[in-house]
Design a protein around this ligand. Sequence first.
Ligand code: WTA
Length: 668
Amino acid sequence: MRDEKRMAPVERESGPGGTSQAIEALSTEDRHFPPSEAFRAQANVADPDVYARAAADPEGYWAEQASQLDWFAPWQTVLDWQPPFARWFDGGRLNVAHNCLDRHVANGLGDKVAYYWEGEPGDRKVITFSGLLDDVRRCANALKALGVGKGDRVAIYLPMIVEFPVAVLACARIGAPHTVVFGGFSADSLRDRINDAGAKVVITADGGYRRGKTVALKPQVDAALADGACPSVRHVLVANRTGDAVGMVADRDVWWDDLVPGQELDCPAEPMESEDLLYLLYTSGTTAKPKGIVHTTGGYLTGVASTFRSVFDIKPDDVYWCAADIGWVTGHSYIVYGPLANGTTGVLYEGAPDFPDPARWWEIVERYRVTVLYAAPTAIRAHMKWGAQFAQKHDLSSLRLLGSVGEPINPEAWIWYHHHIGGDRAPIVDTWWQTETGAIMISPLPGITDLKPGSSTIALPGIDAAIVDEAGKPVGPNEGGYLVINKPWPSMLRGIYGDDKRYRETYWSRFPGRYFPGDGARYDGDGYTWLLGRVDDVMNVSGHRLSTTEIESALVSHELVAEAAVVGVSDPISGEAPVAFVTLRDGSAVSKELGETLRQHVALKIGAIARPKSVMFTPDLPKTRSGKIMRRLLRDIAADRPLGDTTTLADAGVVDLIRDASRSGKEE
Ligand code: WTA
């Protein structure tokens, strides 16, 4: 166990950016924003009684939510709970793609827009529900032609193009679980995920666009599969996006345009058991190996469809835009499954928020008359930095609700978002959840909840959350503790793929019988939740989870590195940023160039998001007597120093500090 695991989250003043921001928020922030009468009057959920009703009978509440889906066969039991293994809606049969597409088309919504798609270079497409259904059927038949059957895993590694939701839904249609790998991940990361999932087919594209340049994807797939490194893969389906030349391997690789458009439209949706695997999504844990989070069919769709309706207050004429990437859980649940299950029109945008200039997002909001916008605090902070003048040039009056996700939103960013983007009129839903929870867990209901900037407020109806101390006892108001979830919920993870032991240990051993998400939190005097950041070795960089251990392993895999410790330091835009302390093998010379090489090495091993902001070379790492790295000391050292995007050579002061600490070896 690492040293900081024993620390209560409130002691981590020098901890992650989110932590200090939230603490600061707590001490100074007591502004309330009640829902306006106008908003309350039209809200989907406006009766505060819903909380008490759901708490009195959570299974009844969730069954009511599940019954809004189309089931081919009804369930026999709502919940079968053999801790820590849950089964929801057992006996029920349904198909997720049918719920997202066919039933809307059957209900006369075929001509409704499913997605307005906008590519970064400015190309656009409008896809209706019936158009999307046709594309999904053809793609599903193409997958069958490539030998994919029910239960076979398919890896998806795509840019934000229309083929992305098509591929995801085609898998769901034929009961082939997908595992999406974010396009920013390296060939190494892709290979590990393909192999852990045992994927039979990889769906990719030649590349995508980012800030005016093309980013290659197919060559990464080639590198991942090279030398027979992924023996499960039979075929690679390649969408054409950039037109950049890519090599195609005979008998393995096939162009989307050569295979998919010519397929038959006849493709019945496979009736799936409620507990059949829908997808795996890998996320960073506290060890170097990412965890394959398991999500199943009926409970997951119930959770995302229901929370999408209640939290985003979605109406039939809304135009909803989640500015995330489908490569992350936010995109799975709230770009694809939640919105489509509700027949909602969405926006898909391929590129960067500041290309060709920082007005791009606001131009999109104006063009499509976006009514609900869901974004990450890191993006809001970047827009703050660029300035409100870009938003002011555009008509944002269509926006009626804003959302935030991925990390704590600091009150200053909340107020800026509320004022400059929401025109002081649109409520903000600050939504706390995780890859593992599948769906939003703690969030305001915008027609009911008084908002407080920086607080994700209270657990949703049907979710039983608590904040407890080391011993599992509830803490009082304003005492920091550990967030736990007391009861199972439909969209919860069903496990870690192939690793029940790790599933039990990671989430269920610290507070037996309760789910432990790894976040610190506290309640204020009104019972509002303030998230305080991670309490484990997981960092949150721009709303993305990174494991300190995974970055350390990447560094140590370099031949000149003897030992490495990585800590998260506060960063004004990304929330947290990784900083590496590195000791070299005997005889290796410290240089700025080597620091740069190591930063690139991490980008190559994991992906650019994991690249350390700074590398500090030290002759030793400070350790406790029992040999644990004293990360808190390293964090303090890192936090005290001006850190450019560069290598920082160890100076005498740092070296002394580390030496002193190493010699005394005192426990923290
Ligand atoms: C953090 C993203 C504070 C948290 C949906 C969690 C948040 C991790 C919030 C999950 C929020 C997410 N306020 N912290 N509104 N939303 N987090 O799996 O630490 O990529 O454990 O899922 O992000 O990240 P993940």
